[in-house]
Design a protein around this ligand. Structure first.
Ligand code: UDP
Ligand code: MG
Length: 137
């Protein structure tokens, strides 16, 4: 069993696709082990995306991620990290495979609806960023 962190980004919440995104994970046999809605401050978003601090999109990305509420969840299952990434689709919706969340709902490379940890190392930073052990069941 593996755990990963996923976020329905502010654009996903605004587009009313929270249920749709969760359904796509659940129908593939992945289990929601923790879930809540939060509004990040700019500094919260900067800390979450600290690995990208040198990238040209860091400022814009962290403003976007703190502009409205997001839904954060811990998803559990066999190979959950790579399976969630597959269901999400490529970062740029133009490159995302048909039927993926990003192909179906994302408007551009920044506003791409959903986040998923990209490795065990990222997941072990990202999960406790939002959830205590007691909140994951
Ligand atoms: N992003 C962006 N411009 C880029 C690349 C990424 O605005 O050229 C944003 C986008 O929202 C992406 C996030 O930064 O989801 C994190 O980038 P990463 O390369 O980690 O993509 P992901 O792992 O989310 O597919
Ligand atoms: Mg990433």
């Amino acid at each position: 069993m593996e755990r990963t962190l996923s976020i329905i980004k502010p654009d996903g919440v605004k587009k009313n696709v929270i249920g749709e995104v969760i359904k796509r994970f659940e129908e593939k046999g992945l289990r929601i082990a923790a879930l809540k809605m939060v509004k990040m401050s700019k500094d919260d978003a900067k800390g979450f995306y600290i690995v990208h601090k040198e990238r040209p999109f860091y400022e814009s990305l962290t403003s976007f991620m703190s502009e409205g509420p997001v839904v954060v969840m811990v998803i559990e299952g066999e190979n959950a990290i790579s399976r969630v990434r597959e269901i999400m689709g490529a970062t740029n919706p133009k490159d995302a495979a048909p039927g993926t969340i990003r192909a179906d709902f994302a408007s551009d490379i920044e506003h791409n609806i959903v986040h998923g940890s990209d490795s065990k190392e990222s997941a072990s930073y990202e999960i406790p960023y939002f959830f205590s052990a007691l909140e994951i069941k």
